[in-house]
Design a protein around this ligand. Structure first.
Ligand SMILES: Nc1ncnc2c1ncn2[C@@H]1O[C@H](COP(=O)(O)OP(=O)(O)OP(=O)(O)O)[C@@H](O)[C@H]1O
Length: 237
């Protein structure tokens, strides 16, 4: 569903991604685990077409990001680390704006907005301005927005920052359901090992390169630790 081939991205003389090749199939919840500065956000920026890679290719659902960006990006939903909602619009207006960008018919958009907000427990605030919401609820709006057009690939960059434990648990449960029932491919960037432990597969990124790839237990072993956490700390500290 998502493939990168020898992806390299440099900022001046600093290499943020080094010949990164990944293949993420449909129906997998994949944690992208890396310490600060590993290249996780850079990878997301390249995957969403915000920055062009210096070398290499990205394919989304069979479409080349370089040659057919619109077709490729239609299959991607994303939550970035930095909030990107319009603070002066209500939740509903923010979400309708996104639905319009994707050409969703109004009735379908309204249904999806209602069900996403109910699932995330922000339906009572639909007509409040985003500026008036707590940080955690703003994040939930971004999560609702990312899935509105039913993308095949969901990119989540530190998506649980600001969420309380119950909201975090609910969000992860909802995403795992999307993976199981709709075959969505989730790439979940985090530097929290406990979040990676819950994934089907863990990719460990360090200094722009892939250090390990497998189930959480396999990756712990690949990194030479008794646990994923021990291996991760030993190899990336
Ligand atoms: N705009 C930029 N200009 C120059 N260097 C940058 C820029 N953005 C990121 N970098 C560098 O690229 C490398 C990867 O950074 P990136 O933000 O992708 O890592 P990250 O894994 O997302 O980190 P964090 O977990 O702290 O968010 C780091 O060395 C960082 O300093």
């Amino acid at each position: 569903m998502l493939r990168t081939i020898d992806l390299t991205k440099r900022y001046g003389t600093r290499t943020a991604l080094q010949s990164l090749s990944l293949h993420l199939p449909a129906g997998q919840f994949v944690a992208l685990l890396g310490p600060n500065g590993a290249g996780k956000s850079t990878l997301f920026q390249v995957l969403t077409g915000m920055f062009a890679a210096d070398e290499g290719e990205v394919e989304v659902a069979g479409h080349s990001l370089r040659r057919s960006a619109t077709a490729a990006l239609r299959h991607i939903g994303v939550v970035f680390q930095q909030m990107s909602l319009d603070l002066d619009l209500s939740i509903r207006r923010n979400l309708l704006f996104q639905a319009d960008l994707h050409g969703l018919p109004r009735r379908l958009a309204t249904e999806r907005i209602a069900s996403a907000c109910e699932r995330l427990n922000i339906d009572a605030d639909l007509d409040r301005k985003v500026r008036e919401l707590s940080g955690g609820n703003r994040r939930k709006v971004e999560l609702a927005r990312a899935g509105l057009h039913r993308p095949a690939v969901l990119l989540m960059d530190e998506a649980t920052v600001g969420l309380d434990p119950k909201s975090r648990q609910d969000l992860l449960a909802a995403l795992h359901e999307d993976v199981r029932e709709r075959g969505v491919c989730v790439l979940w960037a985090t530097h929290r090992v406990e979040e990676a432990e819950e994934a089907d597969r863990v990719l460990v990124l360090h200094k722009g390169s892939l250090l390990a790839d497998g189930t959480p237990a396999d990756v712990g072993r690949q990194l030479g630790g008794a646990t994923l956490e021990a291996g991760f700390i030993a190899r990336t500290a």
